[in-house]
Design a protein around this ligand. Structure first.
Ligand SMILES: Cc1ncc(C[n+]2csc(CCOP(=O)(O)OP(=O)(O)O)c2C)c(N)n1
Ligand SMILES: [Mg+2]
Length: 526
């Protein structure tokens, strides 16, 4: 019989999980022994960056991805980054090493006592197999749970298990496949189509799942049938709809009262592929205006169950879009033209206004560029200037946990070779995932990081005003030169001072990573 390790490697190979993002320790080395040549181990220098890269890679490829972390300390370091993967419903399969079985009880060094409990609040499934021969099946469960539930999973494996001999019941798992089909039945479909067709002023709210599931263009077809306004759901992590489309009204503000105000006058709000809702600022009010009915369609059963209002249908939004497009009459009038961006605002003094930077990105970079954005105070400037019409054009840390932007950009670029990728990262955010620059350099990932240096945690200054805290300490971050930091990690960099220079630099297409630092003026997120 082959070893548990051989069977496990074979299973991962058959499922296509051969790109592994990790940072190993002694407990993990036996898993990595005899790794077949088809595997690619992408080393990250800190677990936050490892998970951020894996998250970007999994979102860009749409497939489960293996993450290899070290025991409790490595898993702990990864937890902040995992919060983003939970909110973006990214299927990460985290495998961590454990001390040998006999050493866990006496708590030898590197024993992770009750390892699954450490991760349980974040992952949808966490386990440590009860015996070595259960490892291949448990690994398969970790992959399938992540795939079905679209959420990270966690498997802790005692390191003496890998060399143990498999038994014959380990082998059937190699041939398994698990698929999900969630099409509404005919009656549910008729009922929903009837409700939508009967609405006098319907509005559509789209979540990040629309883009993750490859439904960006289908959402446009549905919206044009409905002819009503389209919003992106609050706290957006992907762009589900072209942002200059005549029906697009932007990302909904992340507060109860302003969301309710936006829906004023609509008798039906149809929410596709989003929780209802991921509010942020506490701005109390009624969830919905009088006379507005909300229907949520999501593949995420938990998002349906926890919503505080509305009717929910747990189904594949793609199947629902298809049935609605078929059932609804063609629109009588055309929706009009895409809206042009306004002239970018400019700043006083030597700093560039973020709008100037974004206008330069929009004009100088190819239409299909994917942007991974983690600059929090520049949100409104971003949406005023960008013109994103393609699926997979925009990624943002889904739970607001900084440290996704830079690693996530590396992961997206690795997951979609050939597509231009730009990370737009604030001078505060960059520090949480800075070590991903080293991985980008080592793998020669063609990627541009545009580093917006405004010298401060800009969004927190704005929040200070909102929360009545004008004098909080610890918000300024002077004295950081990212060109020198990047050079140290092996990434060529430039400090750009004028808009013409920025446009010229962006027009270059290097085949390696680079960092472009720009001094920018402070703006507010909205
Ligand atoms: C891991 C983590 N720590 C702290 C925060 C709180 N936080 C939110 S926005 C922000 C400032 C980000 O600064 P920067 O990247 O420079 O963007 P700017 O607001 O200046 O555009 C901080 C620290 C967070 N969201 N995540
Ligand atoms: Mg900043």
């Amino acid at each position: 019989m082959p070893s548990v390790r051989r069977v496990s490697h074979e299973f991962l190979q058959r499922q296509g999980l051969t790109t592994v993002f990790g940072n190993p320790g002694s407990n993990e080395l036996p898993f990595l022994a005899e790794l077949p040549g088809s595997f690619r181990y992408v080393l990250g220098l800190h677990e936050g960056a490892v998970v951020g890269m894996a998250d970007g890679y999994a979102q860009a490829t749409g497939r489960p991805v293996l993450v290899n972390l070290h025991a409790a300390s490595g898993s702990g370091n990864a937890m902040g980054a995992l919060t983003n993967a939970v909110a973006s419903r990214t299927p990460l399969v985290v495998v961590a090493g454990q001390q040998v079985r006999s050493a866990i009880g006496p708590q030898a060094n590197l024993a992770n006592v009750d390892a699954p409990a450490l991760m349980k609040p974040l992952v949808c499934w966490a386990a440590e197999p009860a015996c070595a021969q259960d490892v291949p099946r448990a690994l398969a469960q970790a992959v399938f749970e992540a795939q079905l539930q679209r959420r990270p999973t966690y498997l802790s494996v005692p390191y003496d298990d890998w060399a143990a001999e498999a038994d014959e019941n380990c082998l059937p798992v190699l041939d398994r496949s698990v698929r999900l089909a969630a099409t509404p039945d005919a009656e549910q479909g008729r009922r929903l189509a009837g409700q939508v067709a009967a609405a006098r002023r319907p509005a559509l709210v789209l979540g990040g799942d629309i883009d993750s599931a490859g439904l960006f263009d289908d959402a446009v077809r549905l919206a044009e049938r409905l002819g009503g306004p389209v919003w992106a759901a609050p706290s957006q992590f992907r762009l589900p709809f072209p942002n200059r489309h005549p029906l697009f009204r932007g990302v909904l503000p992340a507060g109860i009262a302003p969301v309710s105000r936006a829906f004023e006058g609509h008798d039906l709000v149809l929410v596709l592929g989003a929780p209802v809702f991921r509010y942020h600022e506490y701005l109390p009010g009624r969830y919905l205006p009088e006379g507005t009915r909300l229907i949520q369609v999501t593949a995420d059963a938990s998002a349906a169950a926890r919503a505080p209002m509305g009717e929910a249908l747990v189904a594949d939004p793609g199947a629902v879009i298809e049935l609605l497009v078929k059932a609804l009459d063609a629109p009588k009038t055309s929706v009009g033209d895409y809206r042009p961006a306004p002239e970018p605002l400019t700043a006083e003094g030597p700093r560039l206004h973020p709008e100037q930077v974004f206008a330069a990105l929009r004009d100088a970079l190819p239409r299909d560029t994917a942007y991974v954005v983690e600059s929090t105070s520049t949100n409104s400037s971003w949406w005023r200037q960008m013109d994103l019409r393609r699926p997979g054009s925009y990624y943002f840390p889904a739970a607001g946990g900084l440290g996704f932007g830079l690693p996530g950009a590396v992961g997206v670029a690795m997951g979609q070779p050939g597509r231009p990728v730009v990370g737009v990262v604030g001078d505060g955010s960059a520090n949480y995932g800075i070590t991903a620059l080293w991985t980008a350099a080592q793998h020669r990932v063609p990627l541009t990081i545009v580093l917006l240096r405004n010298g401060t945690y800009g969004a927190l200054r704005w929040f200070g005003g909102l929360l009545g805290v004008p004098d909080a300490p610890g918000l300024d971050i002077p004295g950081l030169d990212f060109t020198r930091v990047a050079e140290g990690y092996g990434v060529p960099s430039r400090h750009v001072t004028g808009i013409d220079e920025l446009r010229a630099v962006l027009a270059e297409r290097p085949d390696h990573p680079r960092l472009v630092q720009v001094d920018t003026a402070l703006t507010t997120p909205s």
